[in-house]
Write a protein that binds this ligand. Structure first.
Ligand code: SF4
Length: 249
């Protein structure tokens, strides 16, 4: 491993992931529990596994449309950002969708410094470049019941982190599309713009996450009405809320 290898690898190790920001926004305690639980069992619920598999099928179909992909190695944050920008601008010219599966990544989003001394690195589900003008982040969210109204705050914050990465590359007027789908594949799409208000909220949540992860602040449990649907409800000791279903096994 050369010195250049260390820079990007180190950045990624310390970076905040947009999906962690989403979970932290949902419940700070859940984000802390995820760090412990995912080391042993990344699939704590069948719903999470089902959503993953549906995404993988869809992503692989879209990746297949891109033809033969050549592996690319980059070593620094700057190189990675340059490469991603070139990839997105080419995709806009070709009016195609860039998609990410679990093992094939066609692009990423990078924010070099989301909070002081710490960046953000993540892989949106897809980037729709078919309008030829500005890339649209696409996030698919599979839910037992897809929301009919506005997007959930936690989903907005995750998308905001991806949009911040596009802004860092010089793209302006960026948008996201959150595709909510229920177990029967019904649902609707919610559009999201990267406003100054959303940016401020993203940075405030990222600062708080950073502070909790560094042990400077205690995590706060979220809305108790979410606990019956939380994948960590059987291992959550941060509250004595009733556990409505018997634990598995
Ligand atoms: S059970 Fe409730 S308090 Fe505990 S992590 Fe889940 S949502 Fe948060």
């Amino acid at each position: 491993m050369g010195a250049r290898d260390t820079e990007l690898a180190d950045f990624r190790r310390s970076a905040i992931s947009p999906s962690r920001l989403r979970l932290f926004c949902y419940c700070e305690s859940a984000a802390v529990l995820e760090r412990q639980a995912s080391r042993d069992d990344p699939w704590l619920t069948t719903a999470a596994l089902r959503g993953f598999l549906r995404h993988e099928i869809h992503a692989k179909e879209q990746i297949a449309l891109l033809g033969q992909l050549e592996p690319v190695e980059v070593w620094t944050v700057g190189e990675a950002m340059d490469f991603v920008e070139i990839t997105i601008r080419r995709a806009l010219r070709q009016r195609i969708i860039l998609a990410n599966s679990a093992n094939i990544r066609t692009f990423c989003t990078i924010v070099p410094e989301l909070v002081p001394g710490r960046g953000c690195y993540g892989y949106p589900d897809a980037l729709d470049c078919r309008n030829g003008a500005s890339p649209v982040v696409v996030e698919a969210k599979y839910r037992m019941f897809a929301p009919l109204g506005p997007a959930w705050t936690a989903d907005k914050i995750q998308c905001a982190a991806y949009l911040a990465g596009l802004v860092e590359l010089g793209f302006t007027d960026v948008h996201a599309r959150i595709a909510y789908r229920d177990s029967c594949d019904r649902g609707g799409d919610v559009s999201l713009s990267y406003t100054a208000e959303l940016e401020a909220k993203l940075k405030a949540i990222a600062r708080r996450l950073d502070s909790v992860e560094k042990g400077l602040d205690e995590p706060v449990s979220g809305d108790p009405s979410r606990c019956p649907f939380c994948m960590f409800r059987y291992i959550c000791a941060c509250c004595d809320r009733p556990k409505p279903f018997p634990p598995p096994g």
